[in-house]
Design a binder for this molecule. Structure first.
Ligand code: FPP
Length: 241
């Protein structure tokens, strides 16, 4: 059981392993992504139940355009389907949805439904769900720097952070990657500077409450020093917020 005192405020997830989940069952890769959507729904509810305030998931990277065209269009269709089907449920659960990433390469139909989904859930505050779609960490840093340069503003750590696509929330406390690989794959490169990393062998479609709790338990046992020494840290009970 995870101690409620050390629950991360913001959890970010690289949802990896959908393709392997499907291949193991001799199914097309899109079947793995569909099952991945089920896992995402499960994890959203698990996060709300555990008092996690922000969940950020990597649904489609800037590099995923290189995948076979049928998989790319399958993922676009899945996004449209998910928005139509899941947004009313998310809204009922008090979830606020934000789509994070470059919108310009998405079709007008997808862009409109994204805007509608964001607007209809904008007043919710139980959980903020950031879905990173057409997102890349390098893109994010570059777009923030370009915004500052265009506006004639100085580039500092603070100004750059304020212009990232996730500026509406704090940086992730815990970053989970499922599927057994141990890399960031261009996800939240700036924002994850001090995130605790957790790598799970579970393929994303199989990720459930037990797998999430394993990550939360590991997080609860970590000492976050942010460059300081153990002795400099406030007593554990003071540092919890
Ligand atoms: C990585 O697994 C997963 C993705 C590129 C897509 C993630 C999408 C979902 C979980 C479904 C939810 C989607 C939306 C649109 C909200 P992989 O395909 O790289 O798996 P592999 O490493 O086993 O091949």
């Amino acid at each position: 059981m995870v101690s409620p005192l050390v629950v991360p405020r913001h959890v970010a997830i690289v949802m990896d392993g959908n393709g392997r989940w499907a291949s193991k069952r001799f199914l097309p890769r899109i079947a793995g992504h569909r099952q991945g959507l089920e896992a995402l729904r499960r994890v959203v509810f698990a996060c709300t139940a555990r008092g996690i305030g922000v969940l950020t998931v990597f649904a489609f990277s800037s590099e995923n355009w290189k995948r076979p065209p049928e998989e790319v269009s399958g993922l676009m269709n899945l996004l449209a389907f998910a928005l139509a089907k899941e947004v009313p449920v998310l809204h009922k659960e008090g979830v606020r949805l934000r789509i994070v990433g470059a919108k310009q390469h998405l079709s007008e139909r997808v862009r409109d439904s994204l805007a509608q989904a964001e607007n209809s859930t904008a007043a919710n505050s139980r959980l903020l769900l950031n879905v990173c779609f057409n997102y890349g960490g390098r893109w994010d840093v570059v777009q923030a720097a370009q915004t500052l340069t265009k506006g004639g503003q100085e580039i500092t750590e603070e100004s750059l952070s304020r212009n990232l696509s996730t500026a509406h929330c704090a940086d992730p406390d815990l970053l989970i990657r499922t599927g057994g690989e141990m890399r960031l794959s261009n996800f939240l490169l700036w924002q994850a500077a001090y995130s605790e990393l957790f790598f799970s062998d579970v393929l994303w479609p199989d990720f459930d409450d037990t797998a999430l709790d394993a990550a939360l338990d590991a997080y609860a046992s970590r000492e976050r020093r942010f460059g300081m020494t153990s002795e400099q840290l406030p007593a554990a009970s003071d540092s919890v917020s």
